[in-house]
Design a protein around this ligand. Structure first.
Ligand SMILES: NC(=O)c1ccc[n+]([C@@H]2O[C@H](COP(=O)([O-])OP(=O)(O)OC[C@H]3O[C@@H](n4cnc5c(N)ncnc54)[C@H](O)[C@@H]3O)[C@@H](O)[C@H]2O)c1
Length: 342
């Protein structure tokens, strides 16, 4: 594998196109593109110069054509089935987030990863966003001291994304806390660990078409006495969809929005006084860094390294999101059990 080009298949040609470009930018050969819509296959096959014999409408026809790896950018409800079929065929899988939409599917993917010789990665792309990578670096440097509070958000307007109830994003199981909110929850888990106590509230005023709350707030307890809050909306009325994220530490505070040019960092002097002028740390704007995500996937496969966003990580983020939904629906505090491998 080390000396040969990785041959990758792209399943689903919408967000999948970003992966296609990311794979090409990493020097991969595109061994297959697949979409159930023939018109998409033709349009994008032509656009990206993929020969007709590498275009498929049924992913099963790609299981035995010599692919090394696939990217799954199909509706969330299909993640389990395609992941298991490709892993069973010995093909490495980079599956889009969220890992899955219910506990049974989450466990099935965790089990498939455990028993397969092929590798699995879930596309929690915020871990590759330059701004958030920098935030992690600043936290790890000790500059803001010990974290005591973290908050993030995922606030988009899906008015023109979910135009009718047949859209897969309008499935009651595809609650926007799980579908989109998993980005913010995964980011907070990356920073503060697994939330073990979750209380949430939801409301429904923006997107009558969806059968779930379109705005949700959750407060949580994390290990090491850290508290946090996440806000998720799929109907918010504002422009810009950057994930505004704040990390408060005992010696300073970080404010970072995923699509802003700078991160603001407040620090303290030796006496504990806050320095008046915060530092503005410049970062590259790239809140969908598919290129770096695929690079990490390839590096893990080729050099036999651990995959940071493996199935267990994806499972924990998905479960934390399911717990938020459960808390908002039952009006009870939820204590997620992250022991998937039992
Ligand atoms: N990481 C991110 O920031 C991000 C952003 C957008 C979407 N996503 C995820 O990517 C996935 C795809 O989302 P999208 O926005 O591209 O959705 P989409 O509905 O716009 O596109 C999905 C594509 O998959 C095709 N498809 C459906 N069933 C298929 C099958 N069985 N085999 C092959 N192709 C099939 C559809 O025809 C469509 O072209 C979802 O899991 C979504 O949650 C992630």
């Amino acid at each position: 594998m080390k000396d040969k080009k990785m041959v990758i298949g792209i399943m689903g040609l919408q967000f999948g196109l970003r992966h296609l470009e990311g794979a090409q930018a990493n020097g991969c050969e595109i061994g297959a593109i697949c979409d159930i819509l023939p018109e998409r296959l033709k349009e994008y096959g032509d656009q990206y110069g993929i020969p007709e014999e590498k275009r498929f409408t049924n992913y099963r026809d790609t299981l035995n054509i010599g692919l090394d790896a696939v990217v799954l950018a199909v509706p969330d409800q299909l993640h389990r089935q395609l992941t298991i079929d490709f892993l069973n065929a010995g093909i490495h899988v980079l599956c889009e987030k969220p890992l899955a939409l219910n506990y049974e599917d989450i466990r099935a993917i965790v089990e498939a990863e455990r028993t397969s010789k092929a590798r699995f990665m879930v596309g929690q792309i915020c871990r590759f966003t330059p701004a958030f990578v920098k935030v992690k670096e600043i936290i790890n440097s000790g500059k803001i001291g010990e974290i005591y509070y973290v908050e993030s958000e995922y606030a988009h307007d899906y008015l023109h994304i979910i135009e009718d109830v047949t859209n897969w994003r309008a499935d009651p199981k595809r609650h926007c806390v799980i579908g989109g909110g998993c980005h913010a929850v995964d980011l907070m888990r990356w920073i503060a660990g697994d939330p073990y106590e979750i209380t949430a509230y939801g409301t429904h005023k923006l997107m009558p078409i969806v059968p779930y709350d379109d705005a949700t707030v959750a407060i949580m307890r994390f290990p090491n006495d850290v508290i946090g809050k996440v806000f998720v909306s799929c109907g918010c009325k504002r422009t810009g969809s950057g994930m505004r994220t704040l990390v408060y530490g005992t010696k300073g505070t970080i404010l970072c929005t995923s699509n802003a040019k700078t991160i603001t960092v407040w620090t303290t002097d030796e006496a504990g006084n806050v320095n008046k002028e915060p530092e503005e740390v410049e970062v590259e704007i790239n809140d969908h860094n598919n290129k770096a995500e695929i690079a990490a996937f390839i590096d893990a496969i080729v050099n036999d390294k651990p995959i940071v966003t493996n199935a267990i990580e994806g499972a924990k983020s998905a479960l934390a999101c399911l717990s938020i939904v459960e808390s908002a629906e039952t009006h009870k505090t939820v204590f997620p059990d992250y022991s998937f491998s039992k």
